[in-house]
Design a protein around this ligand. Structure first.
Ligand code: SF4
Length: 399
């Protein structure tokens, strides 16, 4: 497993695999070919199908020299090694050509075919939650202490920055009105949800409304290319901050505990990245929102002082009931169903923790099993439901 830093990336939305990854790839390719006269970038698979709505072409063109680059959406090519495949070609004045095939593998990470991996090495020797739990029991560690024992000295500082950015995106989203970009005419709703006045509202409903509004706030910031934190992706970036911010406001947890909870969520996120995928193009929305839901449940269970078995069960329930969740964003925009889904599944994460409190000792499915199942389900899922905008809501919607 790699560092938890790989799960939490601070950057601009709207998509970790369709904007952050391609941008990183374009910047890398330019560094490799600074004196090329012209660049061609071919997008295939999901990038070709929904890249327009996700602004993939825009971020690539911005990263390459102005007026010297073109992006081609090739929707016909199917013999590709990954649903998010790109070919970069640098053309030199002496007719020399340099090319590279790059995969955007989710969560803003890229892989370059035939090159040494750009992503950092594994720092955790454990490969499963069962191994992590055993190590924690043998060494009398909780999951946050486990993470801090492997990460470097500046890890807490990094998580501080992550939390600061999450809160900033909530606050900015809560005070912003208007219509989201992209032409779908989707109104921003976070502020309306947050300020809604209902004299008969119960405390439980008020809390739900707050959670919804926080999730909407971040997801709407993401949809308008604002600065957010992948958790573990841009599309699912509203869920974890909503659950943690609500806990922070309502239950007044010490700041250090919130940072520890981010580390616990990060353990789950990095485990999923290592054993399955967090890419909607690879495994559907279960890999994005399902993973975020699982991370948020683990974080909240940790905050509530639950033991490692209860944390595992909460994370397992949260993932299990997102199995099969499809990715079908209308017009390739990370808006419908994405924004609402962050809010709905934030509540699902809270429910999973409540359930874990009562019946953890009866559970039969392990977190490792459900992560493996999510990946296999993702492999079985039709490509229509894997960020291609060619199935589901994306085709059912009419104006
Ligand atoms: S439907 Fe889910 S996986 Fe697909 S773009 Fe939206 S949030 Fe991401």
């Amino acid at each position: 497993m790699k560092s938890i830093r790989q799960v939490y990336k601070i950057g601009n939305g709207p998509s970790s695999s369709h904007t952050m990854g391609p941008k990183k790839a374009a910047e890398w390719f330019l560094r490799e070919n600074p004196s090329a006269g012209h660049f061609k970038v071919y997008l295939y698979g999901s990038l070709a199908a929904s890249g327009k709505g996700h602004m993939t072409d825009k971020v690539i063109l911005e990263a390459l020299p102005e007026g010297k680059a073109e992006v081609i959406f090739d929707r016909e090519k199917t013999d590709i090694p990954h649903p998010n495949t790109m070919d970069f070609i640098a053309l030199y004045p002496d007719d020399k050509e340099v090319s590279a095939r790059v995969l955007s593998i989710g969560g803003g990470d890229i892989e370059i075919i035939g090159r040494k991996s750009l992503s950092p090495q594994d720092i955790y020797p454990q490969k499963s939650f069962a191994e992590i739990a055993q190590y924690c029991r043998e060494n009398n560690l909780d999951l946050a202490q486990f993470a801090f024992s492997y990460e470097d000295e500046s890890f807490r500082e990094y998580l501080e920055k992550v939390w600061e950015t999450m809160i900033a995106s909530i606050k900015e989203g809560l005070k912003t009105d208007g219509i989201l970009p992209g032409g779908l005419e989707v109104y921003r709703k976070a502020k309306r949800l947050y300020t809604f006045e209902d004299p008969g509202e119960t405390e439980a409903l008020r809390e739900k409304r707050s959670v919804y509004s926080y999730a909407y706030a971040v997801a709407e910031q993401n949809a308008s290319a604002g600065v957010i934190v992948t958790a573990p992706t841009c599309g699912a970036s509203g869920l974890l901050p909503a659950v943690l911010y609500n806990a922070c406001i309502n239950e007044n947890y010490p700041h250090d505990q919130i940072i520890n909870a981010l580390a616990v969520a990060g353990v789950i996120g990095t485990l999923i990245k290592a054993n399955a995928s967090v890419s909607g193009a690879e495994c559907g929305c279960q890999a994005e929102i399902g993973s975020a839901c699982s991370m948020a449940s683990a974080a909240l269970a940790y905050l509530k002082g639950m033991d490692i078995d209860q944390i595992e069960y909460a994370a397992e329930v949260a993932m299990e009931h997102n199995l099969g969740l499809t990715c079908d964003p209308i017009r390739g925009l990370v808006q419908i169903p994405c924004i609402e889904r962050n809010a709905v599944c934030a509540m699902r994460a809270i429910d999973a923790v409540a359930l874990a409190k009562y019946i953890t000792h009866t559970h039969k499915i392990s977190l490792d099993t459900v992560i493996e199942t999510m990946y296999k389900t993702g492999m079985d899922l039709s490509r229509l439901y894997k960020e291609t905008s060619q199935g589901g809501l994306a085709v059912a919607y009419t104006e």
